[in-house]
Design a protein around this ligand. Structure first.
Ligand code: NDP
Length: 277
């Protein structure tokens, strides 16, 4: 058995990761001889996992919390997004070198593109300033968004996020009404069943949303959130968080195999996995 055709996700906890279902479905559909594992790697052991990848010759890694920052320091090179974010979600080989990439932000832009939404020249409000928000602020800047207003509960975290793109500045909730694209990049709404959702499960007042806007929720569990329901109710184009998850995985497989998997196959696998929980 060779480990060159093994990819795996490292993180902790890892049992709820959708990555195995998504990647395995795409490998099977493409008929490639790759397999995908999930390794629970305890906090503080991320660099050792990268050392193990080198020694064993594992073909590729997905990296999730709490290792994204540690792995950025443990690989040989970083792609531009990973360098800016000091965070890695993908490790792949380039000859004998390990390259760390961050595909979340580019996955977000690709997911919107899939829905016919071009972020170039758009005015975007990003609600949240955590890891996911930073990834998309960086990617929106690279993709030419005209203005990125970052709105977050904790001001210190906004300051750390707006430095990632020239077009990014601190905003307020009132800016939501003026935006072309509004993104919930907070964890508000995560794990809240629609039948039990209240106004506390919305990242901002639904009254700020407008007909014709693009409204994105990065939350994908549940797939249909109260925020997306509110967006659809006013006639906005509502986009769920699974598109970003799928497209960051598409980009991961491009890093590992050099070929593009089918996003639709990945999405179907992710939906089936979510439905089974
Ligand atoms: P972080 O913990 O890094 O950031 C959480 C963010 O949510 C912070 O801005 C935090 O604000 C804000 N927040 C949390 N609770 C509240 C609250 N009650 N009211 C207002 N703001 C709040 O998490 P991530 O950035 O990693 O993840 C954020 C969400 O994005 C999660 O739901 C996650 O599942 C989802 N996600 C989706 C991905 C996808 O592919 N679709 C990829 C990655 C994440 P503060 O700074 O004030 O604490």
């Amino acid at each position: 058995m060779t480990l060159e055709t093994l990819a795996a996700v490292i993180g902790s906890p890892i049992e709820h990761s959708l990555s195995p279902a998504i990647h395995r479905a795409a490998f099977a559909e493409a008929g490639v001889d790759w397999s995908y594992a999930a390794f629970d790697v305890a906090e503080g052991q991320g660099a050792q996992a990268i050392a193990a990848m080198r020694v064993l010759g594992i073909g590729g890694l997905s990296v999730t919390m709490p290792h994204k920052h540690v792995v950025a320091a443990a690989v040989d090179r970083l792609d531009p997004a990973a360098l800016a974010l000091e965070s890695v979600n993908t490790v792949s080989w380039d000859g004998d070198d390990l390259v760390g990439s961050s595909t979340d932000g580019a996955g977000f832009v690709a997911a919107l593109d899939d829905e016919g939404v071009d972020v170039a020249d758009s005015r975007v409000v990003v609600l949240g300033a955590g890891g996911a928000a930073k990834s998309i602020i960086d990617a929106l800047g690279r993709a030419g968004a005209a203005e990125i207003r970052v709105v977050n509960r904790t001001a210190a975290n906004v300051a750390r996020a707006v430095v990632l793109a020239e077009a990014a500045i601190e905003g307020g909730k009132a800016d939501v009404s003026e935006a072309d694209i509004v993104v919930n990049a907070t964890s508000v709404g995560m794990g809240v069943d629609l039948t039990h959702a209240s106004v506390d499960d919305l990242p901002c007042s639904a009254e700020l949303l407008k007909d014709g806007q693009v409204v994105v929720d990065l939350v994908y569990h549940p797939l249909r959130t109260a925020w997306l329901d509110a967006a659809s109710a006013v006639g906005a184009h509502a986009i769920d968080g699974l598109g970003m998850l799928v497209h960051q995985a598409v980009l991961q497989q491009e890093c590992w195999l050099g070929t593009r998997p089918d996003p639709e196959v990945m999405r179907v696998a992710a939906e089936a996995e979510l439905a089974s929980r």
